[in-house]
Design a protein around this ligand. Structure first.
Ligand SMILES: CC(C)(COP(=O)(O)OP(=O)(O)OC[C@H]1O[C@@H](n2cnc3c(N)ncnc32)[C@H](O)[C@@H]1OP(=O)(O)O)[C@@H](O)C(=O)NCCC(=O)NCCS
Length: 231
């Protein structure tokens, strides 16, 4: 992921990765946001550029899965409305935007059923150590501190925002990071429980550090029920 902010068009920096995941494929696109930098840049212009870059990243992710769509509508909760047969998510933190898209193979699910995907990007150090209590509840901190790499409050915050966006039950509520409790799941984290969704729903969170930013991806899934097809 590279960017020369202010001069580079985001199309030039788009990077997309496609990997098989749970009866389908998931594509993750990162792109630079082309926007004027500095105090003279108006907030509204920057916001428009971030939104456009997020949409471009999503269109690129979908195209990598063979889905050719225009800019997505918004759902009433603010999330992007996915094209039929897909699940999508967008995040932007100047100067980068990221998007994730998942598409089923088209067959009934064999192993698990995907309910949502969520993506988030945060600059390293956004949440200082002394503000960790705003992100984590006291009950979840020991588990996070014992999981290599997950003591970083910015990483945890990013994982929680991705989990919020991935879970259809959470994303219609206000985002409150302490209420989304993460627990260790091997090298990854999982949401301790879904807000009000199926009892067997699990949200799995992974993240990686790229050029001073944390990028988190979350997949919310349930056990497959042969009678239920993807919507
Ligand atoms: C979702 C939210 C936490 C993301 O905040 P953020 O850190 O500023 O932004 P990010 O860059 O990571 O993500 C922004 C993108 O998330 C998506 N998004 C917005 N709301 C969303 C939601 N509820 N669920 C999932 N994705 C959402 C949008 O694509 C948005 O980009 P866009 O506005 O350019 O289209 C924030 O927008 C929020 O709190 N929204 C309010 C949701 C709410 O209160 N819902 C209850 C009433 S319906």
């Amino acid at each position: 992921m590279t960017a020369d902010c202010g001069t580079l068009h985001f199309e030039e920096a788009a990077r997309v990765t496609v990997v098989p995941y749970a009866d389908g494929l998931i594509a993750l696109c990162t792109t630079a946001i082309a926007a004027p930098e500095g105090p003279e840049a108006r907030a509204r212009e920057r916001r428009q550029a971030e939104h456009a870059a997020g949409q471009y990243a999503l269109i690129t992710s979908l195209a990598a899965l063979g889905v050719h769509a225009g800019p997505p509508d918004r759902r009433p909760d603010g999330s992007p409305r996915p094209p039929p047969g897909t699940l999508v998510s967008i995040s932007h933190r100047f100067p980068y935007a990221v998007a994730a898209a998942w598409k089923a193979h088209g067959r009934p699910p064999q192993h698990c059923r995907i309910l949502g995907v969520g993506v988030d990007i945060e600059q390293e150090g956004t949440i200082p150590e002394n503000a960790v209590h705003l992100v984590c509840s006291p009950v979840e901190r020991p588990g996070l501190c014992a999981t290599p790499g997950w003591a970083d409050p910015t990483r945890v915050f990013s994982g929680k925002e991705a989990a919020y966006k991935a879970d259809p039950q959470w994303r219609s509520q206000r985002f409150a990071p302490r209420r989304l409790r993460l627990r260790p799941l091997g090298p990854r984290l999982a949401l301790a429980h879904s807000a009000a969704g199926p009892a067997d729903a699990t949200s799995v969170v992974a993240s990686r550090q790229v050029g001073g930013y944390w990028i988190s991806l979350c997949i919310t899934l349930t056990a497959a029920r042969p009678s239920r097809l993807y919507r």
